[in-house]
Design a protein around this ligand. Structure first.
Ligand SMILES: Cc1cc2nc3c(=O)[nH]c(=O)nc-3n(C[C@H](O)[C@H](O)[C@H](O)COP(=O)(O)O)c2cc1C
Ligand code: SF4
Length: 385
């Protein structure tokens, strides 16, 4: 098994995996799945690192790089409350870094005292799992060792946090029914906390990391993808776009040169200019959200044919990913001399960077038929005839 991560990066944040202990056993807890989206291994086994070891780990990181430092791992950080407070102080001594705690809110019961006041000046935001609107529902879902006492204690802890922590929010998962979500909203309103509805992360999908939202296997994606040329005008989310781009970077490339430069264009004026200059990209004006101009750099792979083949592999990966995410797109040729000259001027491309194709992406406003294209007569075995 991979070495246990004391801290791990995800998105723009650094996470501290303080402990594997927890007094709950939530039905949806990712710990039972054994893996994590974000880190190789968050399990400590027999013994957990000391607070000094966490500090040493943090000292190997460039903390300036992160938007937030978050206590969140495979366990409840309040189980090591004193160590967490000590680490908050050490981090704040190094600079005014933003600190967040993700917690089940059971700190007072775990530590047998009222703890929220200790967060004053140490923690900038706290995310507390609410999960249910009644003690019975909470118990049925989270199976806390504190039984029916758990939810009232969580709410009291949260109300106390509101007095000392700048941002306090409680979370519920999106699969709850509307009525329950409304009841949770009322609880938050009463104590002055925000309510955040977060996406449910399926344990099995969690192992697939960033493709977790796709919900489509690769064969289905390949065999049901069609070019989409009419879009709804709805925006593609940043996370979806970055998933699409990541798939591009993971395409095969000749000699592994990966000569790619992907230019994302969301500006409507620039998109209109592209549509006007390139008649084959007229669908840009039919509700597309963005274009990704795939370019290849001759400094990275010195043959134009490889720029074209490598960008093609990336383009197909990206189109399949868009489709798997419920989005749509079309591949538009952009390697003719006049098109290259146009994109060079539009983006101020260096001499060696050449446009190859443009992917026009958006939310589909059409649902093309899926034809059967398998054609036995073009499959040859051993010899052509
Ligand atoms: C190299 C290449 C260039 C293409 N250029 C364009 C284009 O400029 N404009 C366009 O509307 N579609 C373009 N397409 C999309 C094809 O027309 C489309 O893939 C083909 O008709 C098959 O339909 P399907 O993608 O729905 O399976 C291109 C596809 C490829 C592979
Ligand atoms: S409170 Fe968090 S760590 Fe504990 S069981 Fe529930 S989801 Fe897992």
């Amino acid at each position: 098994m991979a070495k246990t991560d004391l801290t791990y990066e995800h998105g723009k944040n650094l996470y501290i995996n303080l402990t594997n202990e927890c007094p709950c056993s939530c039905d949806f807890c990712l710990r039972d799945g054994g893996g994590s989206i974000y880190a190789d291994n968050l399990w400590y086994g027999e013994s957990e690192p000391t607070k000094e070891e966490f500090l040493s780990d943090l000292e190997t990181r460039d903390l300036l790089k992160y938007e937030e430092i978050v206590f969140c791992g495979f366990g409840e950080p309040a189980c090591r409350w004193d160590d967490m407070m000590w680490l908050c102080d050490k981090i704040k001594e190094k600079g005014s870094f933003l600190i967040r705690i993700n917690t089940n809110g059971l700190s007072d019961l775990i530590n047998e005292r009222s703890t929220a006041a200790e967060l004053d000046g140490r923690v900038d935001s706290i995310s507390i799992s609410l999960n249910a609107a009644t003690p019975e529902d909470y118990d049925a879902l989270c199976h806390s060792s504190f039984g029916l006492e758990a939810l009232p204690a969580i709410i009291k802890f949260t109300a106390n946090c509101v007095l000392v922590v700048p941002r306090v929010y409680m979370t519920v998962i999106s699969t709850m029914d509307e009525e329950e979500i409304e009841a949770c909203r009322a609880i938050c309103k009463k104590i002055g906390a925000e309510l955040v509805i977060r996406e449910y992360i399926d344990k099995e999908d969690d192992m697939n990391g960033f493709i977790k939202e796709a919900g489509m296997d690769v064969l289905t994606a390949i065999n049901t993808r069609k070019s989409i040329r009419n879009f709804t005008g709805e925006a593609i989310g940043e996370a979806e776009l970055s998933t699409i781009l990541r798939s591009g970077f993971n395409a095969p490339s000749a000699r592994n040169c990966r000569p790619w430069d992907f230019i994302v264009v969301k500006n409507s004026e620039t998109m209109a200019k592209i549509a006007e200059a390139c008649p084959n990209m007229g669908m840009i004006n039919r509700g597309a959200d963005c274009c990704v101009v795939l370019c290849g750099d001759l400094n990275l792979s010195d043959r134009d044919v490889f720029l074209v083949t490598d960008c093609s592999a990336a383009a197909e990966n990206m189109l399949l990913t868009a489709h798997a995410l419920g989005l749509g797109g079309v591949w538009c040729h952009a390697a003719h001399d006049e098109q290259r000259a146009f994109f060079t001027e539009l983006f101020d491309l260096p001499e060696t960077v050449k446009s190859v194709m443009v992917l026009v992406l958006g939310h589909p406003a059409e649902k093309p038929e899926i034809p059967e294209r398998f054609d036995e007569k073009h499959v040859h075995h051993e010899k052509y005839n």
